[in-house]
Design a protein around this ligand. Structure first.
Ligand SMILES: Nc1nc2c(ncn2[C@@H]2O[C@H](COP(=O)(O)OP(=O)(O)OP(=O)(O)O)[C@@H](O)[C@H]2O)c(=O)[nH]1
Ligand SMILES: [Mg+2]
Length: 344
């Protein structure tokens, strides 16, 4: 079972490699190196939102639509697209029996060779989760899935980071959760390329949509910035494209009923429109650069910390901690000494 098998479309090889990547094993790391030149082809869609807003149900319908394009008519996709799904979904994993039994569509997807679903329990550090998700997405991309969808529970910065892996980020709200305000707090609106008000069959959907529209209008018009942590990068436009408010992407608001599939073709249409926008505006190249920079920086930080750890003994570290507690040195001085490797 090798990377070659994975590239040739062997599902078992893919499943095993995904486990190695998730465990950050040496085999997993090796596989990622070998797979990397084969990545960069898939369309990456992030779906995030508060718990229970209907993300999994919606992702299923969306995947179903990509598999059966003639029924739902997403523009541009006449051929069925293969779909890889990563669900970072601790509360209701895709593989869970109850969830599977719940949904007809899901059973339809289960037997489909053009669909690969991987759910990942949230464990360990959140940074580790983002890193593992990145790896899984790269493997599915290299395995040739046309579309890779990542579902995360939008709760904090780590989820925002995970969502940032995507070319198109879909943020899901539902009426009556009172989470439109929370969404702002979590910085989630900032990352939304498309906003969905799911559970449009429930009362209050109109109000939620209206509240979101109000918030979007309050936000700076003409979003010409890609946010990367605290750093904001202005986007130099490719030649021939003028930075006017006309060609800036404005996040549309789509109302859906994920349980019946209502509104999903419209959502697919908006996703296609956003991805066309990324191509023509030059944002795709910038997103790609920022994505790769984020990953490299993260790995660099980890590598430097572990290299540093190897360079000092636990005794040195402990002594420094003792001095700190005794208030003989300040935390800044401690760090200085530990990094410079000065004798104590
Ligand atoms: N009425 C109604 N219920 C919905 C709709 N979409 C999803 N649900 C229900 O909402 C519940 C949660 O749906 P999920 O798809 O599991 O939501 P989720 O956002 O993936 O949940 P977590 O992964 O646990 O955060 C399920 O009982 C769904 O059947 C909808 O459009 N209308
Ligand atoms: Mg879910």
């Amino acid at each position: 079972m090798s990377v070659q098998d994975l590239l040739a479309g062997n599902r078992l090889a893919l499943a095993r490699t995904l486990s190695e990547i998730e465990n950050e094993s040496p085999e997993g790391k090796r596989a990622l190196n070998e797979l990397f030149p084969h990545t960069g082809q898939a369309r990456l869609i992030g779906v995030t939102g508060a718990p229970g807003t209907g993300k999994s149900t919606l992702v299923n319908h969306l995947a179903y639509l990509y598999r059966h394009p003639l029924q739902g008519h997403p523009p541009g996709d006449v051929e069925p697209q293969s779909v890889g799904i990563v669900a970072v979904d601790p509360s209701s994993p895709f593989s869970g029996g109850a969830v599977l039994g719940d949904r007809v569509r899901m059973r339809d997807l289960a037997g489909d060779a053009g669909v690969f679903v991987r759910s990942m329990a949230s464990r360990g550090s959140l940074g580790g989760l983002a890193r593992a998700t990145w790896g899984l997405v790269q493997a599915l991309d290299a395995a040739g899935y046309d579309i890779v969808i990542v579902e995360t529970v939008g709760a904090g910065q780590a989820e925002v980071d995970i969502a940032r892996l995507a070319h198109t980020t879909v943020v899901i709200e539902a009426p009556g959760l009172g989470d439109d305000i929370q969404a702002i707090k979590a910085g989630i609106l900032e990352i939304a390329d498309i906003l969905v008000v799911n559970k449009a069959d429930r009362p209050g959907a109109e109000n939620t949509a209206r509240a979101l529209r109000g918030m979007l209008e309050l936000a700076a018009p003409g979003k010409r910035f890609l946010q990367n942590h605290a750093q904001v990068m202005p986007l130099p436009l490719p030649p021939g494209i003028l930075a006017t408010e006309d060609n800036a992407w404005e996040a549309p608001i789509v109302q859906t009923i994920a349980t019946t599939g209502t509104g999903i073709p419209l959502l697919a249409e908006e996703i296609t429109r956003h991805q066309a926008y990324l191509q023509t505006s030059g944002d795709l190249i910038h997103k790609e650069k920022i994505r790769l920079k984020t990953e490299m920086d993260d790995l660099l930080e980890r590598a430097l910390v572990s290299r540093w750890r190897e360079s000092i003994t636990i005794e040195t570290y402990q002594t420094m901690l003792d001095k700190l507690v005794e208030r003989k040195i300040s935390p800044q001085q401690a760090v200085q000494i530990l990094i410079d490797g000065e004798n104590l």
